[in-house]
Design a protein around this ligand. Structure first.
Ligand SMILES: *[C@@H]1O[C@H](CO)[C@@H](O)[C@H](O)[C@H]1NC(C)=O
Ligand SMILES: *[C@@H]1O[C@H](CO)[C@@H](O)[C@H](O)[C@H]1NC(C)=O
Length: 491
């Protein structure tokens, strides 16, 4: 009660300040971090081959004294984790290399170390290993620079009665709940034994502080959303953690309760799906981070994604009653947000499932409108009231090559918009031409959100392979931060 009153006071204070965010509040630490190994900052998107930023997971410890960044070696094997000073973003101590890792899939920082989600091939000769050295998901804990434990989240012996899983691409996230001392990981899988053999889906696994893989009846999930095309995952005080999936049938679900794609979940959005994709709502390849953020000291969350909108709701006959198909409202994608009062509950209406409805997107809270394309959408919370939503803009998009994937065209800036926990936009978005979001947007503890990126030309005009197979690599990492200056109040 006291809390919601405070929220009201803060909102009116914030409303009275116009343009709470402004460009002078964007701090850049260009090339602050020297990497000990080289990194390729460009990841080719699934299907389209369009360039995406290759994710560099970033996390800060609860005491605010240590930050860590993880990156995949440019050879595409071995994940490096570097501790950085959270003020200067320069290296502290030596790099830890997790040998064999194939993707920097998620990172949690502790006061004395870090946990890393990655995927790796099993040693040759391992019984019941997937064929062709396909990597399996694995969680590592390091304490004071040394490995404490390592726990496989797939492969032989993990939920064997449901079939065995590998993860050629994780495209997921790792979070930690300090209240319950439990790690949660949500990632894409392919089954190589059992009923789902050969199919793609997703899995949610929990591990305790000692490294034990838990089987939690109402939280663990061996198989959830079919052909998952995007994951959003954020911690809660206890499992199940807050989870969202974009599937291949036509919806984005808040599936904290169901872990799957059944109609018992909360339908956040209708999205047209074509060829199994639904518009890369959580960023597609190398996305699936900082899409869902929890407001500080609260049960509230914000989810941000790009959407084509939805019209002409029809029945999905293959899935049956309650499941729908839609057509896209626009060829380009605009930025949308959904707000949740807790991990199970959306503010406002769910997306409609009414067959015959003209508007399939009347529940959407749009942050942008118009004919430009919006991509690489992320969210983070400044405190209990204010959040930051970021996106990249393509000013003259070509979207008709792929109905439900990304667009290409002229990159016309990264934008940052302040939004409240009720979904109200405060002020105008600020724009940067040379800062990108390429790793987790982290609340540094003082109404300041920071994230890593590589200082480079960003070109969204063509597919990666049309660059002539040239590989861009770097040994420098940059960071940017945005501070909320009105909110001595939003703590
Ligand atoms: C941006 O915010 C700073 C800090 O409050 C203020 O001094 C400056 O005048 C603002 N600039 C603009 C263009 O509003
Ligand atoms: C998605 O939209 C395309 C283009 O409008 C349409 O041809 C296709 O049937 C839609 N997909 C579904 C599953 O309704």
């Amino acid at each position: 009660m006291r809390f919601s009153l405070l929220g009201v006071v803060l909102l009116s204070a914030a409303q009275s300040v116009t343009a709470a965010l402004n460009a002078s509040l964007l701090e850049k630490y260009v090339d602050s971090l020297e990497l000990t190994s080289s990194f390729n900052p460009v990841k080719e998107a699934y299907w389209t081959g369009y360039p995406h930023h290759r994710r560099t997971p970033f996390a800060v410890s609860p005491d605010g004294k240590s930050a860590y960044i993880a990156y995949l070696d440019s050879s595409e094997t071995d994940v490096h984790v570097q501790k950085v000073n959270p003020e200067t973003f320069k290296a502290v101590g030596s790099t830890v290399t997790v040998t064999g890792g194939k993707e920097a899939g998620g990172l949690v920082a502790h006061n004395d170390g870090f946990a890393l989600l990655t995927n790796e091939a099993l040693p040759s000769g391992t019984t019941n290993a997937p064929a062709d050295n396909t990597p399996v998901p694995v969680l590592y804990l390091y304490t004071n620079g040394a490995q404490t434990w390592k726990t496989f989240l797939g492969g032989p012996g993990v939920h064997a009665s449901d079939g065995l899983h590998a993860s050629p691409d994780l495209n997921g996230d790792l979070v930690y709940s300090s209240d319950s001392g439990i790690y949660g990981a949500y990632f894409v899988v392919t089954a190589y034994t059992g009923w789902a053999s050969g199919h793609f889906g997703d899995s949610i696994q929990y591990v305790d502080k000692t490294g034990e893989l838990l089987t939690l009846a109402d939280a663990s999930s061996s198989w959830g959303c079919s052909h998952n095309t995007g994951i959003a995952f954020e911690s809660a005080s206890e499992p199940p953690f807050a989870s969202i999936c974009a599937e291949d049938q036509g919806a984005i679900w808040l599936n904290t309760k169901t872990r799957g794609m059944t109609t018992d979940g909360v339908k956040v959005a209708n999205e047209n799906t074509t060829n199994g994709a639904s518009g890369e709502p959580m960023g597609g390849m190398s996305g699936s981070y900082s899409a869902l953020a929890r407001f500080k000291d609260s049960t509230r969350y914000i989810f941000a994604w790009p959407s084509r909108g939805a019209v002409d709701v029809s029945e999905n006959e293959w899935m049956g009653t309650g499941y729908t198909h839609v057509l896209p409202r626009t060829e380009n994608r605009n930025v949308a947000v959904a707000l949740f009062s807790d991990k199970y509950t959306k503010l406002g209406e769910e997306a409609t499932s009414e067959v015959g409805a003209q508007d399939g997107d009347s529940q959407v809270n749009w942050v942008t409108e118009g004919v430009k394309d919006h991509t690489n959408v992320h969210a983070a919370a400044f405190g209990p009231v204010n959040a930051l939503v970021s996106w990249e803009e393509i000013s003259d998009p070509v979207c008709d090559e792929f109905v439900a994937m990304g667009c290409r065209g002229t990159f016309s800036g990264t934008y940052f918009q302040q939004i409240t926990y009720k979904g109200m936009k405060l002020g105008q978005p600020i724009k940067s031409e040379d800062v990108y979001v390429a790793g987790d947007m982290v609340n540094m503890g003082t109404r300041r959100i920071c994230w890593p990126y590589v200082d480079m030309e960003w070109d969204l005009a063509e597919a990666v392979n049309s660059w002539g197979g040239e590989t861009t690599t770097t040994t420098k990492m940059s960071f940017a931060c945005l501070k909320l200056h009105i909110s001595e109040l939003d703590d």
